[in-house]
Each structure stands twice: as structure tokens, then as C-alpha cells.
Design a protein around this ligand. Sequence first.
Ligand code: FNR
Length: 382
Amino acid sequence: MAREASSVSDYRELARRRVPHFLFEYVDGGSYDQVTLGRNESDLREIALRQRVMRDVSRLDLSTILLGQKSRLPVALAPIGLAGMLARRGEVQAARAARDFGVPFTLSTVSACSLAEVTGAVPGPIWFQLYMIRDRGFMRDLIARAQAAKCSALLFTVDMPVPGARYRDYRSGLAGAGGTAGTLRRMGQAMLRPEWAWDVGLMGRPHKLGNVAPVLGKRSGLNDFFGWMGSNFDPSVTWRDLEWVRAEWKGQLVLKGVLDADDARAAVDTGADGIVVSNHGGRQLDGVLSSARALPAIVQAVGGQTTILADGGVRSGLDVVRMLAIGANGVLLGRAWAYALAGRGQAGVAHVLQLIEAEMRVAMALTGATRIADIKPDILSR
Ligand code: FNR
């Protein structure tokens, strides 16, 4: 099985063959014409590393501290909604792979498995991602649940006041086609993936959004997800809400989805402990800058004052090194782990983390960086 995949792009192809079409499209797709999705990948890959030789690189230390927590790599798993549909109780499998490897896992607000299920099955601190939902009573309760589950960081995602149009989800039958027609279409696609249909479709039940089930009530199925998101996510969010979350949440607070230096400054002024430079993996406003292009100005504005994480287009250990070299303190993996989970469950996620580590080692050795702190702009070719 391991021979089937030796890179993230191999896992992408494996995922395409393993999960129903609508789920692959959901993970793989971006919004509108997918321009930003493409830029995230290509702008990062254009960054040229500077090869150095004759430096003793026999000992490399890839470990770092991320938001106060020791991490084997400067890498964490990004929140991925509905990841639990990619493999049986998928978020538990991914959290276990991350814990065993030694990097943080982030659970999405809109995960299939609830906070209690994941932290019950996988002891140790995880990070929790928060979307602003209109019902503040429910928000307070959700934050309290994250606190009770001993989550060490809260990633407050702010780049989705409204959902971006992801046309691939309409074409695949995931979004738009409600009612029986939509269900039948997805069932037809699931039948073409009998292993998934048995393992996840049947044995992986319940298919609910574990954390938001209380507000969804009986309408907590996949069918109801997009409709609910559209009417329950709060587009009125402002910096005052960040102040409110800051007052509610005692641990590390990170603003996810910052792409502009002015917003980064405001995040720091409002009391965030960190930011994630991100355009939601090219799934929100198509046409905005790639994370790699946006990052340098943000580093100039708030570097040294806050933890700067970044994501978007990271598909290898080389990409991690590139993102660090242009100023990130840590990198989130999004689709990279989602493809691996869809392709081979927990073992796939563990394997991708090993691949990232091995690729980072080569990149560090050949740029003469022996510690994470050595990964600076001077390891880049100008
Ligand atoms: C996401 N992302 C995301 N972000 C978030 O804050 N909450 C969420 O529930 C989700 N859900 C989600 C689902 C899927 C299928 C994808 C691909 C992405 C965004 C994610 O956390 C991260 O910012 C991007 O995935 C990073 O880009 P790459 O690495 O996928 O290119």
C-alpha cells in the first residue's frame, strides 16, 4: 500500500480513487475560477532556494515551539471541515496521527466528530477552530467546551463572513441540489466507491456535524450543512467580536484568514496571540493574493510582535521551508493531510508527515540551515 503513494500529489490521486466524487471535489476545489488556489501553489513553488555546500549538516534540529507548545516540526494540521467523511471517524484518525508524530492537530467547528469524541479518543491538547455563528449563547457554550476539552489554542477564522461560491461543489451535487435528488446523486457516486461506502458510509455513522449538532437539531445531516452555514454564519463580525472572544477564551488566540498588513496590525492591537496568513486555501475570494505573496508585507508590519502562521499551497517539505524563509513562524497543512486521510486514513496522514519531515531535512541540509531559526531570507536565491 505504501508504494502507492510517495508524495502529496500521489495521495491526491489516491484520494480521487478512494472517496466519492463529491467529496474529492469538495477537498480539491477552490472558489470561482480557482485563480487564487493556483497562485497559492505556483507562487510558493517559484521561490528559489539558495544551495550552499561544505557546511556541517550532520545534525539537524527541526523542532520548534508553536503557540507555546513543543512541536517536532514547525507544522500543524489546519482545520478541515467534514474531514470525518473522508475516512471512518476521520478527525479521530488524523488527530491520532498528529499526536503520535508530535505536531498539533486543529479540529474544525464543522467537523464530523465532536470535540468530546476527538479529545476522548486522543488524549493531549489539540487546537480548536472557531467560526462566528450568530447565536452568541451557542458560541459561548462552544468556547467553554473547547476550554473544558483543554484545547491549547483557538483559531478564530475570520475570512468567511459569507461563503465563497465553489462551483465544483454545485457541479458535483454536494451543494445546491437539496432534497431527494441531491441525496440520490451522492448515493450514486458513493456506490462507485464500495470500500468507502461500507467503511465510512455505513460503518462510519453517525454523519453529523458533531460540534454544531445542538443548533442544527434534527437537521444535522450533510444535506443541511451548506444551507445552515449560509444562514447561521455571522457576516456582521467586527474587531469588537474579537475582543469578545478574547474575553471569553483564556488560552492562545489566533486570528485565521488575515491577508492584509493593516488587518494584521489590528489583530495584534486587539489582543490576538497570533495570526494565520491565509486565503482559506483559495476557497473564499478568488483573485486575492496568494499567501506567499501576502506574507512579506505582514511580516514587515507585525513580525516579532506575534506568532505568524501561514497556509495555502503547501504540498511538500520544500514548501514548508520556503514559507518559513519568507517569514512564517509555522505552517499549516490543509489539503496535504486531507488527501492523505482520504487515501489511507491515519497511516496516510502519518506518512505525509514523515514525507514532509524528510523533505525538510534535505532542503535544510542543502541550504546550510541546521535549525529552524536558521531558515531566513538569506537561504533564498535573489
Ligand atoms: C478548509 N479550510 C478550513 N478553514 C477553517 O478555518 N475551517 C474549516 O472548517 C475549513 N474547512 C476546510 C475544508 C477543506 C476541504 C479545505 C481544503 C480547507 C481552510 C484550511 O484550514 C486551510 O486554510 C487551507 O486548506 C490551506 O490551503 P491548502 O494547504 O489546502 O492549499
